[in-house]
Design a binder for this molecule. Structure first.
Ligand SMILES: *Cc1c(COP(=O)(O)O)cnc(C)c1O
Length: 373
């Protein structure tokens, strides 16, 4: 039986040649490809500086350190995210303070942010979930009023815009990720963007063992890490970035096929809603199951039987056992996030899917739900 997988990177001959060229050059780290990838990336996003890192998670860790966030501080963020956004806050010794999400966009509900601000609040770590920007107009206003830093987790939303401005340009810094299921990939990898020379200097030092950037040789002026990206990854990234617009067009087309198909079945399947000031770059295609007679998890098992892979997307972070033990959260604390977590389902979103494939996947889902009416 044909298998419909969740995601698959699109890699071509250009990527293949570029990686082989790096291999043959013998310069596998700290070489010219990193610099080229960084400068092309910064230009594409529309910021002054970019700093390549070994993963999106590493990027978030460093971005928080560079913002001076540490022990005793609180950072406001969304419980409906990939766990890395919240883990990074714990890495620096600060406390993630969750705010429930908007049921329409699954991004942080800005009307609930101010109630969670305390004298210890230092920053808002904004997640642009699934490829759709959070309401940066409202968030910027709140951050200004309360003198908070904004750090954007743009790992799922490269190239998405809010009021015509790309994600990654709103905060003091932003982080992108290039794991193979993201819009572009470097294998493992990430990028920090910022308009601040001070921030990028600290980031460059932190990812390279704390080495001073202004000293020729070894002075380690702070506690650093090895979060560097390698040359082969950077060479891949340069070519993936060239393809970015085309890849996003394909993702949008795929999303449109799904949405068109499901528009006839609105009573059983909720399709993504896009804010009027946003463009979406489709990290995943997530629907909601409206059916009281079958659980989302049983839908996943039934889909698997006809070759269709799907995933619960995403579980709410505050209910993971580790978070329950550290932050003492309970079911019911963030009801919207929990409700979406219990009904959301990510469907196959590999770019080689045809319209016919999408119709097959959609029909299987409709058949399973209709059988349990
Ligand atoms: C992918 C992702 C990250 C970073 O992931 P890495 O695997 O470390 O590159 C961070 N936040 C979100 C929301 C993500 O989707």
């Amino acid at each position: 039986m044909k298998q419909y997988v969740m995601a698959k990177p699109e890699l071509g001959r250009a990527e293949e040649r570029a990686v082989i060229k790096v291999l043959r050059s013998g310069v596998l780290s700290l070489g010219p490809h990193i610099k080229e990838f960084e400068s092309k990336f910064a230009k594409r996003i529309g910021v002054r500086y970019a700093c390549a890192v070994s993963s999106g998670t590493a990027g978030l860790h460093v971005a928080l350190l560079a913002a001076g966030i540490g022990r005793g501080d609180e950072v406001i963020t969304s419980p409906f995210s990939f766990i890395a956004s919240s883990n990074a806050i714990l890495y620096v010794g600060a406390k993630p303070v969750f705010v429930d999400i908007d049921w329409r966009t699954y991004n942080i509900d800005c009307s609930k942010i101010e109630a969670r601000i305390t004298p210890r609040t230092r920053a808002i770590l904004v997640v642009h979930i699934f490829g759709q920007p959070a309401d940066m107009t409202a968030i910027t206003k709140i951050a200004k009023k309360h003198k908070l830093s904004i750090i954007e987790d743009a790992c799922e939303a490269i190239s998405a815009t809010h009021r015509g401005k790309q994600v990654g340009t709103f905060g003091q810094s932003a982080v992108f990720a290039f794991y193979p299921n993201k819009q572009i990939t470097t294998g493992e990898g990430g990028m920090i963007t910022t308009n601040s020379k001070d921030v990028v200097d600290i980031c460059r030092s932190l990812i390279n063992q704390g080495r001073s950037t202004d000293v020729q040789w070894l002075d380690h002026s702070r506690l650093g890490y090895n979060y560097r990206m390698g040359e082969m990854s950077a060479a891949l990234g340069i070519h993936q970035l060239d393809r970015l617009s085309g890849l996003i067009r394909k993702r949008a087309r795929l999303a449109q096929w799904y949405t068109e198909f499901f528009s006839n079945y609105k009573e059983i399947i909720g399709t993504p809603l896009i804010g009027s000031r946003n463009t979406h770059t489709w990290f995943v295609y997530v629907v909601r199951i409206h059916n009281k007679n079958i659980s989302r998890d049983d839908v996943i098992l039934s889909l698997k039987k006809c070759g269709v892979h799907s995933k619960p997307y995403l579980p709410s972070i505050h209910l993971f056992s580790f978070y329950k033990s550290v932050l003492k959260h309970r079911a019911g604390d963030f009801p919207v996030s929990e409700q979406i977590s219990n009904s959301a389902l990510a469907l196959p979103f590999s770019l080689d899917l045809t319209k016919k494939d999408v119709h097959y996947i959609g029909s299987q889902l409709v058949r399973i739900l209709n059988a349990c009416k």
